[in-house]
Design a protein around this ligand. Structure first.
Ligand SMILES: [Zn+2]
Length: 91
């Protein structure tokens, strides 16, 4: 294997990483969206119930993208603490 091949592999690897890293950093910075990491604790927007740090997902979407169903009022929220309208739950 020569240096050109090695550089090519390195560039492709960086490109693929960037593809995932970009939406992650963007959503973390703006505080919404499916990507991103929210380290702050959030409260239910309807009743103010605090969301536990360790959540049990009640749907595939919650398992994949984060989020929570409020135990007190049944409101579905995303990981940023924003209420998800019923019509958008299956997307
Ligand atoms: Zn609630």
């Amino acid at each position: 294997m020569d240096l050109v091949n090695l550089l090519l592999i390195l560039l492709i690897t960086l490109g693929v990483c960037g593809l995932f890293l970009f939406p992650l950093l963007r959503d973390t910075a703006r505080g919404k969206g499916r990507w991103g990491i929210n380290l702050k604790s959030v409260n239910c927007p309807r009743c103010g119930e605090s969301v536990p740090q360790i959540r049990t997902p009640t749907s595939i979407r919650q398992a994949a993208w984060g989020g929570w169903t409020c135990v007190r009022c049944g409101c579905e929220i995303d990981k940023w603490g924003a209420e998800i309208p019923q019509g958008k739950l299956n997307t």
